[in-house]
Ligand binder design. Structure first.
Ligand code: PLP
Length: 494
């Protein structure tokens, strides 16, 4: 974004990109949307994209691409090779600009990178604990279900209060961190993991001060600091806005400073880096690198491509420049801020302050009558129900980020209660326009007025791991049909 003064002397901003490729969208009719929801088992992950009008499911793998990336996709002059393709060496040079890290390892996506990192650090479960500001779904599945360990979350208490205006809800609670390290014993801890612009907290950043303090504790107890930098672009942009220790620095200076404090960084490149792929960087630990690389060859492919295509490796070179650009990441932050403000004005409960990633509606306060966990005939999962209701009345697809996204305890098969039930409406990068957001605000406003119709969901088929991806549910008591009827009467078939 370009921040300027207008002719009256007030500050305003203008986008710093233009769009030359567009995709025609079609809003499916109300009847179609209802049929799709039923066929998709009341799970927005199962909806075919041609039945979606505005896709705010995720920012992963669905960002617009730049002109430079489009030309990378042609792959001209890159010369594909099983081993040692040219783009890989160019990529290594590009990384050196932003990372004071010696080693780079590629993987086909974020969870593949996570698998390699935690396999090596957890020593196949012999170092069972990973201490973190907040878990992510795939990280938890890998640490706990694949390697038999435990992720221990130590967020600051403000993180779970959607109304709390704390600017750094992504901070780890450093006093609890030290207490936990002492309690568990550093020899049992694989890593301290910090997620940038924490996903499940609503894209909330940590502060530079908190990161330095975390580094100090890691040094004191000889623990590696591992960073999930999938959304480093928004983390850094938010720091530039809010953090006195980052203001006035360029994005490339900030990432360099952060990486100097970090032993291992990994990312889903599908998010902030605009590319279908993943990567790991290691500061200097040669033994760790050798171990990660040897498993990369088993799981991902040869070192010089690691499961990524040649074209995507080339696109990642530009993706790095876009992630660590001083202007580009602000477009979505402004979109999020704009939408949160409008929703808040209409009394729709949202996570505040606005973070990165998207707009997060607090489903617990939106649907206070829906129980958090299903029991008996009533059903549950307010965020799961609300995200389906929103699709029904708008064709907008969001994602449940709450109780449904948390797998049961595999031993007792009991639900593990979560603290936030959010509907996430992600802002894919450079993809949607202000009128799309106004439409979202309008349909959520209508839903709030008619919220009593929405009831809970119940399971028909519940997968044992990462159940939210492919699970099948039902609208308890057929509330979807009732919502359709009321909508049709008031607003028509579209
Ligand atoms: C913070 C974070 N880490 C890891 C992942 C996993 O990445 P992928 O979906 O590329 O496997 C994601 C995906 O959304 C993420 O948001």
């Amino acid at each position: 974004m370009v921040y300027l003064k207008n002719s009256e002397g007030n500050s305003f901003y203008v986008s710093d990109f233009r769009i030359r490729v567009f995709q025609k969208l079609r809003l499916p009719t109300l009847s179609e949307r209802y049929a799709v929801l039923k066929d998709s088992g009341w799970n927005t992950f199962r909806i075919p994209v041609e039945k979606v009008y505005i896709d705010m499911l995720t920012d992963s793998g669905v960002n617009a691409i730049s002109l430079e990336q489009l030309s990378d996709m042609l792959g001209l002059g890159l010369e594909d090779a099983y081993a040692g393709n040219r783009a890989y060496y160019k990529l290594i040079d590009a990384f050196k600009e932003f990372f004071p890290h010696k080693y780079l390892i590629l993987a086909h996506q974020g969870r593949a990178a996570e698998n390699l990192v935690f396999k090596a650090l957890m020593k196949n479960g012999k170092k069972p604990y990973v201490l973190t500001n907040i878990h992510f779904t795939t990280t938890r599945a890998i640490v706990e279900r694949v390697y038999g360990g435990r992720m221990i979350e130590l967020p600051v208490p403000e993180a779970f209060d959607p109304e709390n205006q704390c600017q750094f809800k992504g901070n780890i609670d450093t006093s609890k961190l030290e207490d936990e390290v002492k309690r568990l014993g550093p020899e049992n801890i694989a890593a301290v993991r910090i997620e940038y612009a924490s996903n499940l907290l609503g894209g909330q950043p940590f502060s530079m001060k908190n990161y330095y303090e975390t580094r100090e504790i890691c040094d004191k107890y000889g623990l590696p600091l591992v960073a999930d930098i999938s959304m480093a672009d928004w983390q850094i942009a938010l720091m530039k806005k809010r953090d006195p220790m980052a203001m006035g620095k360029s994005a490339s200076e900030i990432i360099y400073e952060l990486m100097e404090l970090t032993d291992v960084a990994y990312a889903s490149a599908r998010k902030g880096f605009y590319v279908r792929g993943g990567f790991i960087t290691i500061k200097g630990d040669e033994r760790l690198y050798e171990e990660v690389r040897s498993w990369q060859v088993v799981f991902e492919g040869h070192t010089s491509y690691g499961g990524m295509s040649l074209k995507e490796i080339a696109m990642l070179i530009d993706g790095l420049k876009m992630a660590f650009n001083d202007d580009l990441p602000f477009y979505e932050l402004e979109q999020i801020e704009y939408t949160v403000k409008k929703l808040d004005e209409r009394g729709i409960p949202v996570v505040k302050p606005p973070g990165g990633l998207g707009v997060h509606v607090d489903a617990r306060r939106f649907l206070p009558h829906v129980q958090l966990i299903p029991s008996g005939e009533e059903g549950g999962y307010p965020a799961g129900a609300l995200v389906c209701a929103l699709y029904l009345v708008s064709g907008i697809r969001g994602m449940e980020r709450g109780q449904l996204s948390m797998d049961r305890d595999p031993e007792t098969w009991r639900e593990i209660p979560v603290q936030l039930d959010l509907v996430r409406l992600a802002m894919p990068r450079k993809t949607y326009l202000q009128d799309h957001l106004d439409y979202l605000v309008d349909r959520l406003t209508w839903l709030l007025e008619n919220r009593d119709i929405i009831k809970g969901l119940n399971w028909i088929y519940e997968p044992p791991v990462l159940r939210f991806f492919e699970g099948i549910l039902i609208d308890q008591g057929n509330w979807g049909l009732r919502l359709l009827e009321v909508y049709r009467k008031q607003l028509g078939e579209i």
